[in-house]
Structures are given as structure tokens and as C-alpha cells.
Design a protein around this ligand. Structure first.
Ligand SMILES: Cc1cc2nc3c(=O)[nH]c(=O)nc-3n(C[C@H](O)[C@H](O)[C@H](O)COP(=O)(O)OP(=O)(O)OC[C@H]3O[C@@H](n4cnc5c(N)ncnc54)[C@H](O)[C@@H]3O)c2cc1C
Length: 493
């Protein structure tokens, strides 16, 4: 099959900097008031303006010399506490916050804590070129330890935040260290949802981290039998890559078509291509049981229709969820990630960005999380600006892309489960087509298949009301995820 060359503006990672967006990155829009937040800090929490033991000096002790004496004797003078910004989560969102703070001239303390041992890296290639062996590990890196040191960012790898105290403004790490902060940024991403009954079962894996991808890549040898539970973006991408490596692939999805987020027509087109490439695609099915077939024999995966599928490896890709237990009691609503206003503020002294953050979307009048690479960087930039009172809120059109084998799909906006795809250029099933998602008479998103320039053209049609706010009907990421754990919720990976 001859595909037209993909124009270079498709933002194929790795990107030069996590702060970089696509070349057509939209300009930020007008500031929005966002959702209401509690006015008062949690009891006992110092505000940046409050008096603290190390923020009070007498005039005589002040390095700036005595203040004019308008009354007799030394009078305490209030000095803001030394600013300490603590970013937890060293993925693209957390790194972008830190780098953007420095870029904007912030010269206070800045700490970046991440539980992975690696320098911050990009995840999208983990199911694509990196998994296929076509991208060296260094190309995933978004920075280097030398660059972090040069920017005076105190990077603390391999350490997990396990508790936070909003009153004392401290975060406790898993080695017992207690880090004080004046501002906390939560950028901890999401973790894969487990498949019930598979805990501790050998040959069962997920793909979220570099270590996951390394382990999976080591298994994908020609002839290996890979069963993928979950036909969302990650499951389908991994299936394509495994096929390209000569594996025997079975893909299991609960919905009628794969990639249900993109609607039945586009999903069916992807399913057809996967089948044509050699995958066995079982849609409308669930995994009912997983057991070891015998020593050295891999697994038997039993589906809800009783079919038994032999697997050397079972890749579980049934969605992901934020882990915010360590933030319990700090103030923000943690029912689905960290609920924030339209600028990423979650509570006094706490902001959040990236996959973990459920920002308020003014046009839609509700909060939602986005699990998109570009949104994570964009929110990171916005949080840095908010911390420095620059007050810019991103108002760009949500954007994501996915590589389905040789096919590059580009999406602007949020399709939503009720939206109907209407082709504009070509037709579904062609090697190249583009069109709109329509719902209640509005265009809610546009999609291009091997046609990124068409996506850019159609994106211009998305208005504030539709694209920036997304669909109203059925627009419920948490609920969608619960109802359909095989697939990413609308807008999610
Ligand atoms: C395999 C894969 C492929 C993808 N492909 C695409 C794609 O094609 N297009 C697209 O738009 N998006 C894609 N995405 C989604 C995109 O990568 C994410 O949206 C993006 O990585 C989110 O960045 P983040 O910084 O919010 O979270 P993350 O990148 O997950 O970073 C969060 C970091 O915080 C760490 N952490 C978690 N809890 C703690 C704690 N308590 N203490 C300290 N550290 C903690 C995590 O281990 C992690 O290192 C893909 C994701 C994956 C996994």
C-alpha cells in the first residue's frame, strides 16, 4: 500500500522540549474566571502573606537597614516567606512547570520529585517506535540531569510522595524526608488500571513507563503470541507494533468496534486494517479468566463467550486512573484526579497539571481530565504562569494524535461518544480522509487519517462553543471509563 508522505508538521515525538507544542499551537485565549474555589486556606495554612517565624525580622536585623522610625522602638516588619515551589511528578507536565518557571525568571527554590529513576522522558513512543526498536532510549529524554542542574532545579529521582500536609505545607517522601513548600504542583499522571484476577500472574504486563516498554519489547520476538486486553489507543498501537515485529496478535475489546472514542465508523476502519495486517480482533468480548497454562507454556486467556486464547504475553490496556491517595485531606476534590479551576489552581497553595488534573472548562461548565501529551505541556506552562501571577489560561483546542500502524490519525477537539463522523475529504476506509464529528448540530471535533494538513484546515471551523468546550451530551470521562474499561474515555488515551 502506497501512503502519501506525512507532512512534517505532525508533532511526532520526541520533541525538542516538553514546553514545545505543535508548530501550529494556538495562542492562549482570554483569562477565564474558572470555577469557584474555597476562599480560605485550610486551617493553620500559612498564606504567602502571613507572618511565619522565619519571615519576621526586626528593622535592625534587616539586611536592608532600618526602616524609617515613625514611632519609637524596633517594630516587626513582615517579609514574605522564602518561596519554595515543589513539583511532584517528573513527567512532561511537571518538567514543563519547572522549566517554564525558570524561563519566566523565577529564582526561588524549585524542587522536582519523581518516583521513576529516569530523567524525564516522553511516553507516546513507548507503544510506537520505541517498542518497535526504532528509537534509541536517549531520544525519549526531554532533558538531562546536567540541564536540570544548570537550571537550578533540584531533581529528586526515584522518590515517591506518600503524604501531604496542607496545614504545615509539607510533603513526605517514601524515604521519610519531609519537604516544605509554599506552592505545591501535582503532576503525577495516571497509572494503568489492573485487570481483575491478574495480580501476580506471570506474563501479564502493562505499558505506561519506560521500564514497562523495555520489558514488553523484550518479549515481542517473531512468532510470540501477544494477547491485548483493551482496544483503546494504547492497546491498538501496541497490537500494530507487535504485528510489525512478526508476533501473532489477538486484540480483545469490549465495545462493538476498536477505538470507540473515535466512533463506530472510524473504529471499524481501524479494526479492518488490523485484521488485514494479520491481527485476530475480538470485539464485543471481555476477558473472563486468565490462568497459567503450565510451566513454560504461557497463559490461557478465557473470554466471556468461553473461547480460550493461548498467550505468551497478556498486555493489559484497559484504561488508567490517577492515584491521588497521598493528597487525602489537603483540600482539593479528588473524586477524579485533582479538581482545579481554569488555571490549574486546586486549593490554596496547590496547583495541578497534566493527566492527573481535572481542569474546569468554562465553555462546558464542567471539569474534566485530558490524557493528551500536548495538553500536559500546555497546562504545565499555564500553571507556571499562574504561579507567577501572569494569569494566562490556555484556551486552545484539545489535540491528540495516534499512530495506528502506518496510519497517522490526528484529532482536534473532543469527539464524544454521541458524535457522528461525517467525512469532508475522501471517505472512511480510504488511505487518506478527513472529516468532522457532529453532535446536536455542532462540530465537536475533526479527524484526519494520514492527512494532517486537512486536520489543520478543518480545525479552524471549531468554535469556542464547540471545540473548546467539547461535547455536552455524554461527556463524562469518569463514567465512560467505568462503563467501558477496555477503551480510553472520551479524550483520554
Ligand atoms: C504508551 C503511551 C502512549 C501515548 N501516546 C500518546 C499519543 O500518541 N498522543 C498523545 O496525545 N498522548 C499520548 N499519550 C499520553 C501522554 O503521554 C500523556 O498525556 C502525558 O505523558 C501526560 O504527562 P504527565 O506529566 O501528566 O504524566 P506522566 O507522563 O505520567 O508523568 C507523571 C510522573 O509522575 C510520577 N508519579 C506518580 N505518582 C507519584 C508520586 N506520588 N510521587 C512522585 N512521582 C509520582 C509517575 O511515575 C510519572 O513519572 C501516551 C501515553 C502512553 C503511556
Amino acid at each position: 500500500m502506497n501512503l502519501p508522505p506525512v507532512p512534517p508538521e505532525l508533532p511526532e515525538p520526541p520533541l525538542p522540549s516538553p514546553a514545545a507544542g505543535p508548530s501550529d499551537a494556538p495562542l492562549p485565549g482570554a483569562p477565564s474566571p474558572g470555577a469557584p474555589l474555597p476562599d480560605a486556606p485550610p486551617s493553620g495554612a500559612p498564606s504567602p502573606d502571613s507572618v511565619s517565624p522565619d519571615s519576621v525580622s526586626s528593622d535592625s536585623a534587616s539586611p536592608g537597614g532600618p526602616a524609617p522610625a515613625d514611632s519609637g522602638g524596633a517594630r516587626p516588619r513582615v517579609r514574605p516567606p522564602r518561596r519554595r515551589i515543589l513539583v511532584v511528578g517528573a513527567g512532561v507536565a511537571g518538567l514543563t512547570v519547572a522549566e517554564e518557571l525558570r524561563r519566566r525568571g523565577y529564582d526561588g527554590e524549585l524542587t522536582l520529585v519523581g518516583d521513576e529513576p529516569h530523567v524525564p522522558y516522553d511516553r507516546p513512543p513507548l507503544t510506537k517506535r520505541f517498542l518497535a526498536g526504532g528509537l534509541p532510549e536517549e531520544r525519549l529524554h526531554l532533558t538531562s540531569s546536567a540541564a536540570l542542574a544548570a537550571a537550578d532545579i533540584a531533581w529528586t529521582p526515584g522518590r515517591r510522595a506518600v503524604a501531604a500536609d496542607a496545614g504545615a505545607r509539607t510533603v513526605t517522601l517514601d524515604d521519610g524526608r519531609v519537604l516544605p513548600y509554599t506552592d505545591l504542583v501535582v503532576a503525577t499522571g495516571v497509572a494503568p488500571r489492573p485487570l481483575p484476577g491478574t495480580a501476580g500472574v506471570p506474563h501479564v504486563c502493562t505499558v505506561r513507563t519506560l521500564d514497562d516498554a523495555r520489558a514488553l519489547a523484550g518479549r515481542l520476538t517473531p512468532g510470540h503470541r501477544l494477547v491485548v486486553a483493551g482496544a483503546g489507543f494504547l492497546g491498538c498501537e501496541a497490537a500494530w507494533t507487535a504485528l510489525s515485529l512478526g508476533c501473532a496478535v489477538t486484540l480483545i475489546g469490549r465495545e462493538r468496534e476498536v477505538l470507540p472514542v473515535l466512533g463506530a465508523r472510524v473504529g471499524a476502519a481501524v479494526g479492518d486494517r488490523l485484521r488485514a495486517a494479520g491481527a485476530e480482533v475480538r470485539t464485543g468480548r471481555r476477558v473472563a479468566a486468565v490462568r497459567e497454562a503450565g510451566p513454560g507454556d504461557g497463559l490461557t486467556v478465557t473470554l466471556d463467550d468461553g473461547a480460550a486464547v493461548a498467550a505468551g504475553t497478556l498486555l493489559v490496556a484497559v484504561g488508567s486512573a490517577p492515584d491521588t491517595a497521598w493528597l487525602a485531606g489537603t483540600g482539593p476534590d479528588l473524586s477524579d484526579g485533582v479538581r482545579c479551576d481554569a488555571g490549574g489552581r486546586a486549593a490554596p497553595g496547590i496547583h495541578a497539571a497534566g493527566d492527573v488534573a481535572a481542569w474546569y472548562h468554562p465553555g462546558r461548565g464542567r471539569h474534566r481530565r485530558l490524557e493528551h501529551r500536548m495538553s500536559a505541556a500546555e497546562q504545565g506552562r499555564a500553571v507556571a504562569a499562574a504561579l507567577l501571577d501572569a494569569g494566562e489560561h490556555p484556551a486552545s483546542v484539545p489535540f491528540f494524535w495516534t499512530d495506528q500502524g502506518p496510519h497517522k490519525l490526528t484529532v482536534y477537539g473532543l469527539p464524544g461518544p454521541g458524535a457522528r463522523f461525517e467525512p469532508d475529504t475522501g471517505t472512511v476506509g480510504d488511505d487518506r480522509f478527513a472529516g468532522r464529528y457532529r453532535e446536536h448540530g455542532r462540530t465537536t471535533a475533526v479527524l484526519a487519517w494520514n492527512a494532517p494538513r486537512e486536520a489543520l484546515r478543518l480545525r479552524r471551523e471549531l468554535t469556542d462553543e464547540s471545540a473548546r468546550s467539547g461535547p455536552r451530551a455524554g461527556d463524562a470521562p469518569a463514567e465512560a471509563g467505568a462503563a467501558s474499561p477496555d477503551s480510553a474515555p472520551a479524550g483520554a488515551r
